[in-house]
Design a protein around this ligand. Structure first.
Ligand code: NYM
Length: 212
């Protein structure tokens, strides 16, 4: 590698935990400190596959459950060449949701094992750090109503939360749980500290493969 590679850092959590706000804050802080950083989010609704997913999430179309799961995964795979290029150029990527959301949301549907859900994402670039923004249901409720997209109901999100808890128990992934009920500044400081540590550790290691 000609230069030190960037780190792959993922933010996960149930809806309204503050992932997008924190991704933006982190990218801004890293850039200000002179470290190249860029944000990505999944689903990326701008691609052809992403448009199909967007239409499904907005309930403008129906898709069979296995099919939509595979589309979410394909939407990550289609961006892998770009992700690798940026990481190898030394840019740290901050990603709003990744394969963990894929597994947590689909396996919250009846009849889906976590194992089946993990399969299509096996071998994706492995995050150097996954930050889980933990928010209890009471605090989440104070943050207002859910939106109107598919999956945005309290009962579904509770199952999603349990699936995330099972994923967090997997020690092959570098999970860090963050208390998202703190102020935006406090959450940001925690995230920044853990991210800088992960970036320094990742520099000298090749990009890993998820769940292989
Ligand atoms: N979602 C997201 C999935 O069901 N599978 C996936 O692989 C990913 C990445 O899409 N409710 C769900 C979680 C969200 C929804 O995400 C859209 P966002 O961050 O609200 O745009």
């Amino acid at each position: 590698m000609a230069c030190k590679r960037g780190a792959l850092i993922v933010l996960e959590g149930v809806d309204r935990a503050g992932k997008t706000t924190q991704c933006n804050r982190l990218v801004e802080a890293l850039q200000l400190s002179g470290r190249p950083a860029a944000m990505m989010k999944f689903p990326d609704r701008t691609t052809t596959i992403g448009k199909l997913i967007n239409s499904y999430l907005e309930s403008k179309s129906d898709l069979e459950d296995h099919t939509v799961h595979l589309l979410f995964s394909a939407n990550r795979w289609e961006l892998v060449p770009l992700m690798k290029k940026k990481l190898e150029e030394g840019t740290t990527l901050i990603i709003d949701r990744y394969a963990f959301s894929g597994v947590a949301f689909t396996s919250a549907k009846p009849g889906f094992s976590m194992n089946w859900c993990m399969n299509p994402d096996m071998g994706l670039p492995k995050p150097d750090l996954v930050l889980f923004l933990q928010l209890n249901p009471a605090t989440a409720a104070q943050r207002g109503q859910f939106g109107t997209e598919r999956y945005e109901t309290s009962s579904f999100q509770q199952i999603v939360q349990r699936r995330f808890e099972e994923l967090i128990a997997d020690t092959s992934v570098n999970w860090q749980v963050i208390d998202a009920s703190q102020s935006i500044d406090e959450v940001h400081e925690n995230i920044k500290r853990l991210s800088v540590k992960a970036m320094n550790a990742a520099e000298d290691w090749p990009i890993g493969e998820l769940w292989t």
